[in-house]
Design a protein around this ligand. Sequence first.
Ligand SMILES: [Fe+2]
Length: 248
Amino acid sequence: MKIAQITDLHIGLEGQDTFNVDVRDNFLQILGEVVFSGPELIIVTGDLCFDQGLKEIYIWIKDKLDNTNIPYLVLPGNHDDAAMMMEIFEIDYSHGEYEIYFAKKLNKTTALFLDNSKASHSDNQKKWIKRQLHQADKNILVFTHYPTAKCKVAFMDKNYCLQDRKELQKLFHDYEKNIYLFCGHYHTEKLVHLDNLHIAITPSTYFQIDPNTDEFKVDSYKIGFRLIEVSKNRCMSTTKYIDGKLLS
Ligand SMILES: [Fe+2]
């Protein structure tokens, strides 16, 4: 089963200054590449909105995703409003804390979709993750916004890393099989392996961050997405890049 992951769109309002990057055109270019790749499912792992959740931005994104005629799932990032997303994307698996988390089988492989858009997980969500892992007995996939570890991207590790990452790591390490976790948030491409936990950070469709400095610095305006191939007990992925568009 081929899956495309898109992340960190940061779509602004029409005409909004998004630091000279044409975020809408970037997203549409990437979406075109995704459609050309022929996935069975598109997963958007958060930061759909530029800086805060806005209904008209979600409506615009939903329209573009609907037009692909490819099934898709969306998760919130720290620049989103989960409650608003539930309304616009008609997400019916709601939880008390306005978190979007659920499990789904992808080609007979269990996939957990987690909401850490507030830089942590609620206690209820952590209990739910524990139950899901208890019920599973094979390698599993996880899709979420924040990586579950510091990832040697100095600026993000210092300022915007997941707060309850140690608790999540313990939950994941207690699981006996492999966990392949796909996320965004860090605006870079990176693979991080912690025992059985394999974290793949997918590049943004906005810009990439220089991993080597703890001051904010754009590394590149190349934009990308990830293709994930899930087959029986195996999971492989690759990233694809194109040039992003700057406004003149
Ligand atoms: Fe982001």
